[in-house]
Design a protein around this ligand. Structure first.
Ligand code: HPA
Length: 235
């Protein structure tokens, strides 16, 4: 037990898939995991541990934003001996040619957030995901015939900004899309000697202002989820 997770030690798998939304964690467990057990309900941050094709996997929500994923990923890595966390989320596209439902694997994340600096004195504002996990995901995507792009995400602390559109600094850094969690996740993996990466589906486009309907979003999310589950068999 930790301040935010009531699960027994040993009831969380070595590989954790992490959507932001607790209900998505439930749908994922109901749809894909065999013998799934609900192992955390603290603050409704549901975690389910079950089996995918015989391999034990945990699906646990992160909540929204770096403070939230920062807490849960730290506790999972440090106190539950989790080795791998794959965030599976949505992001807003910063590029006209990165369309709704495109899937991006985060090579790294740029952020103005002070999370990493305050947590551990980290001075860099671009942090990489784990190459080993990324290679597994890239190979698996080819085997499954799923097209993914690999690139840089902008991890932002702010969803509603006074200046609308794409922030200049993120464009200068070559960011493809915006989400709010990966930078803190990658930092925690770095300081604790663990592995993390992030897959996202584009749910809206900040240039063209297209946005996915709830149903379309769910369908696109399923493809990314299946990729993450298949890749996790090799981790
Ligand atoms: N900004 C930040 N996070 C997001 C967005 C966005 O536009 N879309 C989905 N997650």
């Amino acid at each position: 037990m930790t301040p935010h997770i009531e699960a027994e030690k040993g009831s969380i798998a070595k590989t954790v898939l992490m959507p932001g939304d607790p209900l998505r964690a439930k749908v994922l467990a109901d749809t894909y995991l065999k013998d799934a057990k609900l192992v955390n309900t603290v603050r409704n941050i549901y975690a389910y541990t079950g089996f995918y094709k015989g391999k034990e996997i945990t699906v646990m929500a992160s909540g929204m934003g770096m403070p939230s994923i920062g807490i849960y990923s730290y506790e999972l890595f440090k106190f539950y001996d989790v080795d791998n966390i794959i965030r599976i989320g949505t992001a807003g596209s910063y590029q006209e040619n990165i369309k709704l439902y495109d899937i991006i694997l985060a090579q790294d994340s740029f952020s103005e957030s002070t999370y990493a600096k305050v947590q551990g004195g980290e001075e860099r504002n671009i942090l990489s995901s784990n190459t080993n996990l990324n290679n597994i995901i890239i190979d698996t995507s080819k085997e499954m015939g799923i097209d993914i792009k690999v690139g840089r995400l902008h991890s932002s602390d702010v969803f509603y900004t006074e200046v609308p559109g794409v922030p200049k600094k993120a464009l200068e850094q070559g960011c493809l899309a915006c989400e709010m969690e990966s930078f803190a996740l990658f930092h925690n993996a770095n300081i604790l000697g663990k592995k993390a990466t992030c897959l996202i589906t584009i749910s809206d486009n900040l240039v063209t202002h297209e946005a996915a309907s709830a149903e379309e979003r769910q369908n696109a999310f399923s493809k990314m989820l299946e990729l993450a589950l298949e890749a996790s068999l090799k981790m």
